[in-house]
Design a protein around this ligand. Structure first.
Ligand code: DON
Length: 353
């Protein structure tokens, strides 16, 4: 049966005509789009509950401790949320506990830089090649022809921040926070303790910025850029807010809760491509192989995976693997993706069995 998405108030006469012709019309709220082969709310709820029960006692991994404040976070916290592109939510566990967004922020700073400069400029100035190295690798900066690598490793992310236009570092930080808040549909704030802890210990990131200066691949003051970057990593989000941010990408750049356009439609595919190739750093190849969804991790324990036209899944669970990706979040999303048949590389994802 053919399914067509339509905005409200659009030609009721046409609806009647199509119904007579045996075509099912799916009404969506204004500004949202839902794939005709998206799993039902009940299916998603049931699989999320199963995943939660299956992995809640998993003790694999260890909290990040190179940022001292992250070592203090309760390792048992575990929350799973899915938001669909038509604004439905299903969840289990600790979905309202704020945690630092960390590297997941890099997706939304990339989106902001692309809004301002356009994708070609950002691609030229940052690049999008996987490094195959840890997220904070100095060797990758020295070895890669672009030096910046991609917008998700620390060096490329600091360069991306340096591209965002503002009259001062404070104005730039405010602009970034406002942009993230629009994607989350709620006002987000800085977790002061995380920011302080990271700012006191991020000599590695300052060294990366200095190296970028040597290669002429940073486009504003290096130390100021590192400071704004450190603030963006210290933004607090809940699993619920993170899922809305992901669902905004799944919904072609329109927040499915507020219906506000946040990201230009034409920039979304490039952002999702970058997430597929580099979102889990040196774990990205294995993730693409096993799960097949664009995703981004952060050392705060969050991962968000995007299912274009269907929704997003966000998981928060602090213990990480060697690459800095949450162990439980990876297992949860892998299980949900498999059970729901949403791996983008599988014909099941477009409704073929
Ligand atoms: O710069 C850092 O090291 C952190 N603020 C962010 C690193 C991160 O989240 C890597 N992700 N898995």
């Amino acid at each position: 049966m053919k399914t067509i998405n339509m905005k409200h108030n659009a030609a009721l006469a046409l609806v009647a005509l199509l119904m007579c012709a045996g075509t099912r019309v799916v009404f969506t709220q204004t500004g949202t789009q839902r794939s005709p082969v998206a799993p039902s709310r009940d299916q998603v709820q049931s699989v999320i509950n199963q995943a939660y029960e299956k992995f809640k006692s998993d003790t694999g991994g260890k909290n990040a401790d190179y940022i001292p404040a992250l070592a203090q976070v309760d390792s048992k916290l575990y929350g799973v949320v899915a938001i669909t592109t038509d604004g439905q939510m299903v969840s289990d566990g600790d979905i309202d506990s704020p945690f630092s967004i960390q590297s997941i922020s890099k997706v939304f700073s990339l989106a902001l830089a692309m809004e301002e400069l356009g994708p070609d400029q950002v691609f030229a100035k940052v690049g999008s090649e996987p490094t195959g190295r840890p997220f904070n690798s100095v060797e990758a900066v020295a070895d890669m022809p672009t030096h910046t690598g991609n917008p998700f490793v620390n060096a490329g992310a600091i360069a991306t921040v340096s591209l965002i236009q503002a009259p001062s570092a404070d104005a730039k930080w405010q602009k970034i926070l406002d942009f993230y808040s629009k994607a989350a549909g709620e006002k987000l704030t800085l977790l002061q303790d995380v920011y302080k802890s990271e700012a006191e210990t991020n000599t590695g990131n300052r060294a990366l910025a200095a190296l970028l200066l040597k290669y002429e691949r940073i486009y504003a003051d290096p130390l100021e850029s590192v400071d704004v970057y450190t603030k963006q990593c210290s933004v607090g989000v809940t699993a619920k807010q993170l899922a809305v941010m992901g669902a905004t990408l799944a919904n072609d750049g329109v927040n499915p809760i507020t219906h506000e356009r946040v990201i230009k439609k034409e920039n979304v595919p490039e952002i999702l491509a970058a997430m597929t190739m580099e979102g889990l750093y040196d774990g990205s190849g294995g993730w693409a192989w096993h799960v097949g969804l664009p995703a981004k991790s952060g050392v705060g324990g969050g991962i968000v995976a995007v299912v274009p036209g269907k929704g997003a899944i966000a998981v928060f669970a602090p213990p990480l693997d060697e690459a800095g990706n949450s162990v439980k979040a990876q297992k949860t999303i892998a299980y949900v993706a498999d059970q729901l048949g949403i791996n983008l590389f599988s014909p099941r994802s477009v409704g073929l069995k």
